[in-house]
Design a protein around this ligand. Structure first.
Ligand SMILES: *[C@@H]1O[C@H](CO)[C@@H](O)[C@H](O)[C@H]1NC(C)=O
Ligand SMILES: *[C@@H]1O[C@H](CO)[C@@H](O)[C@H](O)[C@H]1NC(C)=O
Ligand SMILES: CC(=O)N[C@H]1CO[C@H](CO)[C@@H](O)[C@@H]1O
Length: 308
């Protein structure tokens, strides 16, 4: 035993001077072989690219993209990456839906916030996965658009982050909003057309116009998030009155034509009818809470034209 150890120490001592030139910086430089160059390049790639297996589908993603966009990947990768002890070629398995991940990956790569309208189930899974992976940029945009859409505003009131905070205070959490069927449906724009039914007649109006011009319709269409997708309302108003007032909101000239025709159709230009009709229109205009300038304009034109 002891003899063996002595022999090996002696062997090392003998070899040491021979190894010195190779180990020392001052020694002659060894040329890198092309194989080493290749390995060097591959190691660099390994350090930058993450191989993911999401529910059986493989993805190659830049680590920066993952780390910068997702708190989950930040926790998973950034520590390991800094220490550089990645196994080359090792892949990370994530037990999640690959189609949902693909949508989020597009967001992480180019900032596109897209949800599949034709597949609401996939849209839901994408939202839940975004929360799981902590992809906050995606969620902030989705929440902000939803709050804006439900209130039928064309623009954000403030910045996206404050709109998203409003979403949280209104619905509690993403999961609750999904459970209440607010999301994903309220992220998408619904049809603008609203059917208004009065007994046996049906009128069509633009939700955007009604909400913009009338405080009454604005409340009717935006108070409950569920109303976002409402496409028909039943109205107890007199049909002739409703027709004129709806026209007034979009095209005042046609409203006056309708009124004039109505007067002519009533035999003998019945003064009582005329008075009743104009008053009913004015009352309904009041009920709709139009913007003051617009209302004053309508009321003045009506009273002036029809001498009410
Ligand atoms: C580097 O990667 C290339 C392409 O993936 C591969 O063909 C090559 O064998 C790798 N080189 C080393 C040294 O691992
Ligand atoms: C998401 O990753 C991309 C690519 O690295 C980066 O340009 C972008 O700024 C990241 N987004 C956020 C919110 O950090
Ligand atoms: C009704 C409505 O305002 N829908 C909007 C929801 O948000 C998206 C994105 O900003 C708009 O394109 C829709 O018009």
């Amino acid at each position: 035993m002891a003899g063996k150890r002595r022999a090996s120490v002696l062997f090392s001592l003998l070899l040491f001077p021979l190894l010195l030139p190779i180990m020392s910086d001052n020694g002659p430089k060894r040329r890198r072989t092309s194989a080493e160059d290749g390995r060097h390049r591959n190691l660099t790639i390994d350090a930058q690219v993450s191989l993911l297996n999401v529910g059986g589908t493989k993805f190659q993603v830049s680590k920066t993209t993952l780390i910068e966009n997702s708190s989950y990947f930040e926790a998973l990768l950034s520590g390991r990456w800094r220490e550089g002890d990645d196994e080359p070629g090792g892949e990370t398995f994530i037990d999640q839906d690959p189609a949902a991940f693909d949508i989020l990956l597009t967001y992480m790569r180019c900032g596109l916030v897209h949800m599949p309208r034709e597949d609401l189930y996939l849209a839901k899974k994408t939202l839940m996965l975004a929360e799981y992976l902590g992809i906050n940029g995606f969620l902030i945009t989705v929440k902000a658009v939803t709050v804006k859409n439900i209130s039928r505003r064309g623009e954000y009131l403030s910045d996206e982050v404050s709109e998203a905070a409003q979403f949280d205070s209104r619905f509690g959490s993403l999961r609750l909003a999904v459970e209440k069927e607010i999301l994903p449906i309220c992220f998408f724009p619904p049809d603008d057309g609203l059917k208004i039914q009065v007994v046996d007649r049906t009128f069509y109006a633009s939700k955007a116009v009604l909400t913009e011009k009338s405080g009454y319709f604005s409340r009717l269409l935006t108070t409950n998030p569920q109303d976002y997708w409402m496409d028909t309302i039943i109205c107890g108003e007199n049909a002739d009155v409703l027709q004129v007032v709806l026209q007034m909101l979009t095209c005042p000239n046609s409203a006056f034509t309708t009124m004039t025709e109505k007067f002519h159709s009533v035999s003998g230009q019945n003064v009582k009818f005329r008075h009743f009709y104009v008053q009913a229109i004015l009352t309904y205009i009041d009920k709709l809470q139009l913007h003051v300038d617009f209302r004053d304009n309508c009321v003045q034109t009506i009273t002036h034209t029809f001498n009410a």
